[in-house]
Design a protein around this ligand. Structure first.
Ligand code: ADE
Ligand code: ZN
Length: 324
């Protein structure tokens, strides 16, 4: 489903994309060859055929396995450059990019390799597309591991804009990470967290109250709690919604069943994002095209959603104004 040229012309920010989730099957094979990493698949087609997910965990298993091919600074730089090029072609003028350092340090790749590689790509991106990095803690690892990761990132604070929380959600409530988020905020970092993707509305509330986050990643299950919806509307807390991801991970049987129209009718500050585009069938422009075609979101609303993404970004107001 290619992003329509019209949609690609709308200036937008992408606020919810995991750089490891932009690792296309072709690049898995290229990097495996470059780094002599054995693969369990014989071809790109065979790998892609495994991308049939039933839930978040079934995706995460293959997402983490594929990362084995990412070893050097150059690998991380190539990965991020490829994403930035594709995103720019779909109208992304600014990206706030998640990365999962623990998924690399636990297999022996130093955090400096990850951050320096990604930063090099951000620095070398085309001048019309800016980018920032958000370090995510894996919530299915311990709070102590998250704190160690934050400490290891301290020499690189000028290379990251914030911290987030991702990975398997149910059974790993945000409140377990209160201390590390407090420490991150003290260091001047912005904060976001995945909540209400598969987990209950209570996790969204905890992300707001315990972690003090500026944005909620996903947040779709907030709709189950009218009081929480009221709060999200009144406080205009941005939700980074990922329509194709939600369908691919079994949240909805198809895109026509997605609750995006309800989120919009409730007056919430919604943005549209790709999450893990190499796995879920499209980049951010493809997500815009899909909601236009399959959810009948009118063009005027697409512009509003793009404007929301710029307003919900961590860009200084002056640059936001220039993009609007
Ligand atoms: N890591 C990468 N993609 C994710 C998602 N959709 N939810 C939680 N963690 C993730
Ligand atoms: Zn995500």
């Amino acid at each position: 489903m290619p992003s329509e040229p019209g949609i690609s012309r709308i200036p937008k920010a992408e606020l919810h994309v995991h750089i490891e989730g932009t690792l296309e099957p072709e690049m898995v094979f290229d990097l495996a060859a470059r780094n002599q990493v054995p693969l369990a698949y014989d071809s790109v087609d065979e790998l892609r055929a495994r991308y049939r997910f039933t839930d978040l965990q079934s995706f995460l298993d293959i997402y983490y396995a594929n990362m084995a091919v990412l070893r050097t600074e150059r690998d991380f730089a190539d990965l991020a450059s490829a994403y930035l090029t594709r995103a720019a072609a779909q109208g992304v003028r600014h990206a706030e990019i998640f990365f999962d350092p623990q998924a690399h340090t636990r297999r022996g790749v130093p955090i400096a390799t990850v951050i320096n590689g990604l930063s090099a790509a951000v620095r070398d991106a085309a001048p019309e597309t800016s980018a920032e990095l958000i370090l995510c803690f894996l919530r299915d690892e311990s709070a102590e591991s998250a704190m160690e990761t934050l400490r290891a990132a301290e020499p690189h604070l000028d290379q990251i804009i914030g911290v987030g929380l991702d990975s398997a959600e149910v059974g790993y409530p945000p409140a377990g990470f209160t201390e590390v988020f407090r420490q991150a905020a003290k260091l001047g970092l912005r904060t976001v967290a995945h909540a209400g993707e598969e987990g209950p509305p209570e996790y969204v509330r905890q992300a707001l109250d315990e972690l003090g986050v500026h944005r909620i990643d996903h947040g779709i299950r907030a709709l189950e709690d009218a009081e929480l919806v009221r709060r999200l509307r009144i406080e205009q807390i941005p939700l980074t919604v990922c329509p194709l991801s939600n369908v691919r991970l079994g949240g909805f049987p198809d895109l026509a069943a997605h609750t995006l129209p309800r989120l919009l009718d409730e007056g919430l500050l919604v943005t549209i994002n790709s999450d893990d585009p190499a796995y879920f069938g499209g980049y951010v422009g493809d997500n815009f095209a899909a909601i236009h075609e399959q959810l009948a979101i009118p063009e005027a609303r697409l512009y509003e959603l793009a404007t929301n993404s710029i307003r919900a970004s961590f860009l200084p107001h002056e640059r936001q104004r220039r993009l609007l």
